[in-house]
Design a protein around this ligand. Structure first.
Ligand code: PEP
Ligand code: MN
Length: 350
């Protein structure tokens, strides 16, 4: 349930609402918004009795939140969340962003050359993995701490903000020193220990969708981050498991308008892992932006065939420039970034 207060309510009125929610055995979580003051009731297992809340001073109304996810729901927050990564804004009316870079951090000179290349091509953020979750224990696992230090040097020398994957809750503090946007990989989407650790860090999170996760499971994973204190979350569709054998995964672009309807969080698309072939990445990048994605994350390299990992799906810098120009054209399409109106549920409060 969402408790809506007058826009000019007093601090004491807000405190009284929060106390009442606690006395009812639930947890109040304030929901920021430009046009209203709202408090979300969480922790209830069934319907919430609105009567003790509606009679309090300052309360305008209570609204039932019909979905099992509360804080990420558009029922709870109508306005799009805009996530800031340095001065790059993701979500809302911001132009779609392009995150680009190699799958893995490589030698310092190669990594820096790639960063300079994708920046010159128009990418907004640099992504490279220092810790790589690999299906085989015999495959390259990433350069670890040395890779993180390389990423910091790239940030110093190019000014680009850094995106990189965190695979272990014990690494969160050190990752936060070197990384501006912490990526949770598809395999870790439901690693709840990791999500809870990331909820406490002062960094935005890029939450990839698990290869077999439903939209609801994905949003519930995001709910962990918000419920434990971090509302700077970007969702990322990266393809789901498929019977098709012509692509690495099936890029589920159906999910993009669905996310935008159901959640206020920004959603970006990873066409590289979604399709798995470099020659097809640009086509799916266009499709993702046309579907309403708030951005893309694309694996790119100055010498793609020699990339340490995921070479087959890694594009060259010229392709990044092509994607940048496609994005500019598509962003001007009417309604690409239009948010669907919210239909409020009428089911019992939850
Ligand atoms: C990656 O981004 O390189 C990666 C491992 O992606 P995912 O978690 O989507 O498989
Ligand atoms: Mn990869």
């Amino acid at each position: 349930m969402l408790v809506i207060l007058h826009p000019n309510c007093t601090v004491a009125e807000v405190a009284a609402v929060e106390d009442t929610i606690r006395n009812m055995g639930y947890t109040p979580i304030p929901v920021p918004g430009p046009s209203r003051t709202a408090i979300c009731v969480t922790g209830n297992k069934g319907p919430v009795d609105a009567a003790p809340l509606t009679r309090l001073a300052g309360v305008v109304e209570t609204i039932s939140v019909t979905k099992p996810y509360k804080l990420v729901s558009r029922e709870t927050q109508r306005e799009d969340t805009v996530v800031a990564v340095g001065d790059v804004r993701v979500g809302g009316d911001a132009a779609p962003v392009l995150i680009a870079g190699p799958c893995s951090v490589e030698t310092e000179s190669r990594t820096l050359a790639i960063a300079e290349g994708v920046a010159a091509a128009g990418a907004h953020l640099f992504r490279a993995g220092a810790f790589k979750p690999r299906t085989s224990p015999y495959d390259f696992q990433g350069l670890g701490l040395e890779g993180l230090r390389t990423l910091s040097h790239v940030r110093e020398q190019t000014g680009l903000r850094i995106v990189s994957e965190v695979i272990d809750a014990r690494d969160v503090a050190v990752m936060a020193e070197h990384v501006d946007l912490l990526q949770v990989g598809a395999r870790n989407m439901q690693n709840f220990t990791l999500l809870r650790a990331l909820a406490e860090v002062d960094r935005p999170i890029l939450l990839k969708r698990g290869p077999s996760a439903t939209l609801q499971e994905w949003l519930m994973a995001a709910e962990y981050l918000l419920a434990y204190g971090n509302n700077q979350v970007i969702l990322c569709e990266r393809g789901i498991r498929t019977f098709s054998d012509h692509a690495r995964n099936t890029l589920d672009l159906n999910v993009v308008p669905a996310v935008r309807e159901l959640s206020h969080l920004p959603v970006i698309v990873d066409p590289s892992h979604g399709i798995g072939h470099r020659t097809r990445v640009r086509a799916m990048s266009r499709a993702a932006i046309a579907a309403g994605a708030n951005g893309l994350i694309v694996e790119a390299h100055t010498d793609p065939t020699t990339a340490y990992t995921d070479a087959q799906q890694t594009v060259d810098v010229a392709t990044i420039a092509g994607i940048v120009s496609d994005m500019a054209v598509l962003a001007s399409l009417e309604q690409v970034s239009t948010v669907r109106p919210v239909v409020r549920g009428t089911a019992a409060s939850a």
